[in-house]
Design a protein around this ligand. Structure first.
Ligand SMILES: [Zn+2]
Length: 347
């Protein structure tokens, strides 16, 4: 049976949450959030563990629907993965919401609160970028961002108004004491669709690339050195085609649905020399990674059951582990039935 909105509010309202770092307590309902400023984490909320590790779980392409019958499977899978991996941060790399199934703002509110509940219940900081499907309903990116910021433990924030897209921002990971920044996480809005005369998908724009370059320079100046960084966005770059081959690890079972335009974000990363790896979604049955001129281009593993997949290719997540003061990261996939996939042989 479908859950009514009233039931949803009541159920989620029962989760008594205390936000650890900000010491703000709140319950996870759309109503109470606005009053409580719930989930206000400090800017140094992301910190290395005492053992010198920091773990990220990337969920992608959740495609949460309005009372979608398959969404409860997605929530269960997310919960299982979070319980097994116990990450320090969760990143949603777009197409979190199946926008075309939303009829009004209330639908979006319900969907965002529902699909993040497995994360919020476990009191894990989380953040997100937008994909091409999130905005296919009545709510625009800016309002979606405001909505997400009302959900506890959300670290996403809108980027500068004068660049394209909204989910353009940076988070830093600090040492265990919260004093020194150790890593940068870039979140980039890979936008949605190209203009009609071009067709296909949008590209990361010149303004966004300039923002990235300036931000990287600013961070280097502040810290007197480059900080090893990761970048998260939804739509793969054209270079994901180039990197698949003899040495890549994992599956390619569909085309790389990138933009027809190569706007040069890869070149900008090469020149700035801080990003170690990129993480995308978008193509649900690709999960490979490959290294191109020193940068690891990785797909996530599609998470949502309410959208296309492939028989025999279980849904899951990508896990990323950083080690303090190391210019490298480990990564593997965790999928249905508590299965871990570590690709070691080239595809
Ligand atoms: Zn998708």
């Amino acid at each position: 049976m479908m859950k009514s909105r009233r039931q949803f509010m009541k159920q989620s309202g029962l989760i008594g949450l205390t936000v650890g770092l900000g010491a703000v307590s709140a319950s996870c309902t759309p109503q109470s959030i606005s009053q409580a400023h719930a989930g206000t984490l400090t800017s140094t909320a992301l910190r290395y563990n005492a053992d010198g590790t920091f773990k990220i779980v990337q969920f992608t392409d959740i495609h949460w629907q309005k009372d979608g019958p398959d969404d409860k499977n997605t929530a269960k899978l997310m919960a299982d993965i979070l319980d097994a991996e116990k990450p320090d941060l969760v990143v949603l790399t777009g197409d979190t919401i199946e926008g075309s199934k939303m009829t009004d703002d209330a639908d979006y509110t319900k969907a965002f609160f529902e699909c993040t509940q497995p994360i919020v219940q476990r009191k894990i900081p989380w953040t997100a970028v937008f994909g091409n499907h999130d905005e296919e309903g009545p709510m625009n990116r800016r309002d979606m961002m405001k909505l997400m910021q009302k959900i506890p433990y959300c670290l996403a924030k809108p980027g500068p108004k004068d660049i394209d897209g909204v989910s353009n921002y940076v988070l830093s990971i600090y040492d265990a004491k919260g004093k020194q920044a150790r890593n940068t996480l870039y979140f980039i809005d890979s936008l949605a669709y190209a203009p009609k005369e071009i067709e296909g998908y949008a590209w990361i724009s010149r303004k966004q690339i300039n923002w990235y370059v300036q931000t990287a320079q600013h961070i280097e100046k502040q810290n007197h050195k480059k900080l090893p960084a990761l970048a998260f966005f939804h739509i793969p770059l054209q270079e994901y085609n180039q990197v698949f081959g003899d040495k890549s690890l994992g599956c390619k079972q569909e085309d790389v649905c990138c933009s027809k335009i190569n706007s040069g974000f890869f070149a900008a990363m090469l020149e700035a020399r801080d990003i170690m790896g990129t993480f995308v979604g978008h193509d649900h049955v690709n999960d490979y990674e490959g290294t191109l001129f020193g940068i690891r281009l990785c797909y996530g593993r599609a998470t949502g059951f309410s959208t296309y997949g492939k028989e025999g290719f279980p849904r899951g997540a990508r896990v990323i582990v950083l080690t303090e003061n190391q210019n490298n990261f480990q990564s593997w996939l965790r999928v249905e039935n508590n299965q871990v996939i570590k690709y070691t042989d080239p595809a």
